[in-house]
Design a protein around this ligand. Sequence first.
Ligand SMILES: Cc1cc2nc3c(=O)[nH]c(=O)nc-3n(C[C@H](O)[C@H](O)[C@H](O)COP(=O)(O)OP(=O)(O)OC[C@H]3O[C@@H](n4cnc5c(N)ncnc54)[C@H](O)[C@@H]3O)c2cc1C
Length: 408
Amino acid sequence: MKIGILGGGIAGLSMALALHKQGYSPRVYERRAEPATMGAGVTLWPNASFVLEELGLLQDIEAIGGRPKTMRRQDAAGNALGGLDIALLDRTMGYPTYTVLRRHLQQVLLDHVTRAGIPVKFGRRAVALEQDAHGRAVAHFENGSSIRPDLLIGADGRMDSVARKFVAGDNKPIYQGFVNWIGVAQCPHALVDDISIQDFWGAGERFGCVPIRPDLVYWAAAQARPLSEASPTVDMREEVGNLFAKWPEPVARIIRATPANAIRLIAVHDLEPLHTWSRANVLLVGDAAHAPLPTSGQGACQALEDAWHLARCLDGANGGWEEVFQAFANIRAPKTARLAEQGRVFARGLFATDPETCRIRNERAKASNPMHDVQVLAAGWGQGLPMPGGADIMSAEEGSFGSLYRIE
Ligand SMILES: Cc1cc2nc3c(=O)[nH]c(=O)nc-3n(C[C@H](O)[C@H](O)[C@H](O)COP(=O)(O)OP(=O)(O)OC[C@H]3O[C@@H](n4cnc5c(N)ncnc54)[C@H](O)[C@@H]3O)c2cc1C
């Protein structure tokens, strides 16, 4: 069976590996001319580590990743707002959390794909999908070539997915009212004392520092802004440095230790949940299917889960694509829709500008019960996977950062 995968990001490469493990021979088609080196980092929570272990990648992730034990929250004046006991979360879910640079994660995935002999065709930008006379999808590339595989997987991301357009028509990503500046700071000496994740909350602003090592920290600064003001400026380091100048250390130190030309501005969009992820022999996965906001903390983790689940759905199938796609959507749609919604809820609290709303949000964060928070996250993030975590402890309906700090 010929399987074509559009997009060589986290979803596309992990899907290729999962399918290869089940005995299939996928091919990946990536628009970029060469492997991606952009982006800051990703936190791989225990549900992602479960999938990475199943794919045989976890040892390599351990070699490149940090192992945060806690997440500490503070307000913009440095007052403690509680945090998350990541070591307890890891023990509860039975798998470790890792912080990694995105380019390192991509490299690990690509190394394994290459070793497995899976072809990755770079410089193949899909420009359109159409159905042939037999109802099978044909993907056309910018260079004039085309493919007509038995199964076509759309893993071409959130912003301009050609596969999503084919499946869902006009399902455009939605700007959610805030921008992210992302960067990676590296120094000959330590930038932070330990590798705790540090999350600073202001009014309409946020700064997150995620160490991989004390001398290597990726970060995301965020501010509520109208889309009309969401374009990059000439000196983004100066802009972010000025915005966060009075925030507690290590914020300013980390911004200073980031090369000015390596900071990127992202106008943050997500997707409305789709009613269907498939049409003909085309199936959407990863961000192309269900892009949550970064405030969910789960986009890449869910892309990895897609790979694990689809390989299983294909394995147990004896009917046509419709049956496989329906089984996959039945498992994946409720969880990803819930996480997307909870990412929005959390973002509304984080980027509130009204002082009273921010005060209530901070009080709730301070009063949160660390043990309860871990149980909530373990139940939500572990849902649908054969890993410990306690879907029995409470309803997985509630499991996300969003549900922990709901302010409405
Ligand atoms: C600031 C920020 C921080 C984040 N932090 C986290 C985090 O801590 N934890 C977490 O789990 N998630 C996080 N995420 C979310 C995560 O990055 C995404 O959910 C994840 O990258 C989705 O993977 P993907 O492969 O579906 O999409 P992508 O990573 O976008 O990959 C899509 C691939 O398809 C290719 N492509 C696109 N169009 C075409 C085309 N027409 N033809 C061929 N190829 C094409 C692209 O070049 C790309 O390689 C964060 C996101 C942001 C913006």
